[in-house]
Design a protein around this ligand. Structure first.
Ligand code: ADP
Ligand code: TYD
Length: 206
């Protein structure tokens, strides 16, 4: 039975680890944003590398939405249409929170307008991995690599992001489950898997 599950959280929160563990446990199609399809992965490189000020908030929303549209057309929809469970590492909540936090007044409305026009779907279930931002930032930096454009915005920004994700979860508690990320990966996975299985079973029974 198809189900669309996303993972959200600040950089280094441990959401990619949990997305991978859940997809393995369920035999689901694992994918990620920005990216998840060949064209969208090309757009990803433009977004995650280089200086923080490389793009304006407006340009960034357009690039993330373009990548998401490609990902939806080429990867997510086909897998759901085949009846598969899709586990996606980040989706539109990331745009609401990251671009909402980077832009000035009215940015959230622009994000919502573009989402409605170009994407139009939400995950059935979202796990928000809620990890102390300082711990998460240290983990992300320890990982190294060149994909540090957002991490380079610093701890204050990560704290703003955490608050933004928690506000989304408070507004939509039926979809977004807050999971304490300050525990071992195994313990977190043991909490998530039964929640996902329950959602799949509920979908199967109508
Ligand atoms: P994200 O996708 O949120 O950036 P990752 O899953 O890639 O996070 O994890 C970031 C780093 O932290 C990785 O090196 C990973 O092995 C480690 N990590 C993930 N989950 C935990 C955890 N629960 N406790 C400690 N370290 C973790
Ligand atoms: P990701 O690969 O998930 O990074 P990490 O593993 O460090 O969490 O995402 C890359 C960056 O892109 C990350 O800093 C979050 C940001 N991002 C947005 O700003 N808006 C979006 O819509 C998405 C999907 C990601």
């Amino acid at each position: 039975m198809s189900l669309f599950i996303s993972f959200e959280g600040v950089d280094g929160s441990g959401k990619s680890t949990q997305a991978r563990l859940l997809a393995q446990a369920l035999g689901a199609r694992l994918t990620r944003e920005p990216g998840g399809a060949p064209g969208a992965e090309e757009i990803r490189r433009l977004l995650v590398q280089g200086a923080a000020a490389r793009w304006s908030a407006e340009t960034e929303i357009l690039l993330f939405t373009a990548a998401r549209r490609d990902h939806l057309e080429r990867t997510i929809r086909p897998a759901l249409d085949e009846g598969r469970v899709v586990v996606c590492d980040r989706f539109a909540d990331s745009t609401r929170v990251y671009q909402g936090a980077r832009g000035g007044a009215g940015m959230r409305e622009k994000v919502d307008l573009l989402h409605a026009a170009m994407i139009g779907i939400e995950p059935d279930l979202t796990f928000l991995i809620d990890t102390d931002p300082a711990t998460a930032l240290a983990r992300g930096q320890a990982r190294g690599g060149t994909e540090d454009r957002f991490e380079s915005l610093g701890l204050g920004f990560q704290e703003t992001l955490r608050a933004g994700f928690l506000a989304l979860a408070a507004a939509d508690p039926a979809r977004i489950r807050v999971i304490d990320g300050n525990r071992s990966p195994e313990v977190i996975a043991q909490e998530i898997e039964p929640l996902a299985r329950t959602a799949i079973a509920e979908r199967a029974h109508g």
